[in-house]
Design a protein around this ligand. Structure first.
Ligand code: CUA
Length: 155
């Protein structure tokens, strides 16, 4: 096969660029340990109800304007649902799934997480303004997926 010199140059350049990108990503991943922060903690998905803190799902006040929400997700609900918090609160969500992969997306905020069985998902959000937020499951989890929603009310 005969190749133009131009073609060889471009092939070499694009191959070189791919190699450089892979080296940078590899360096960030392994040397700088820049990985996604979640899914570090695991849990036995069969024993969620018996494992703290998920044996007592709910909203807990843990400081001034600071709340902890321990939540379990299952087809097709969020427990606890219809969360109410005062405006200006910082909320730490600690979540796991009791069955399949679910999503936790709070419309109108940056909150968007995947909640997987066997893993503990932790995210924190400050709710400054009063309002009604729709919480949606955004991972297809079965026949009732489109009905899996709840609300967060900031008063
Ligand atoms: Cu849970 Cu879709």
């Amino acid at each position: 096969m005969k190749m133009h010199l131009d073609e060889k140059i471009w092939l070499a350049l694009s191959f070189g660029m791919i190699m450089i990108f892979m080296l940078i990503t590899g360096y960030q991943g392994f040397a700088l340990e820049m990985g996604p922060p979640s899914h570090k903690e695991t849990i036995d998905p069969q024993k969620v109800d018996q494992t703290a803190p998920f044996d007592q799902p709910g909203i807990k006040i843990i400081g001034e304007n600071e709340y902890e929400v321990v939540m379990t997700l299952q087809i097709f609900s969020f427990n606890p649902g219809n969360i109410e918090i005062p405006a200006g609160s910082t909320v730490h969500f600690i979540m796991t799934s009791k069955d399949v992969v679910h999503g936790f997306e709070v419309a109108g905020t940056n909150l968007n997480a995947m909640v997987m069985p066997g893993h503990v998902t932790k995210i924190t959000q400050k709710f400054d303004e009063p309002g009604n937020f729709l919480v949606l499951c955004n991972e297809y989890c079965g026949a009732g997926h489109q009905m899996m929603s709840t609300t967060i009310t900031v008063k």
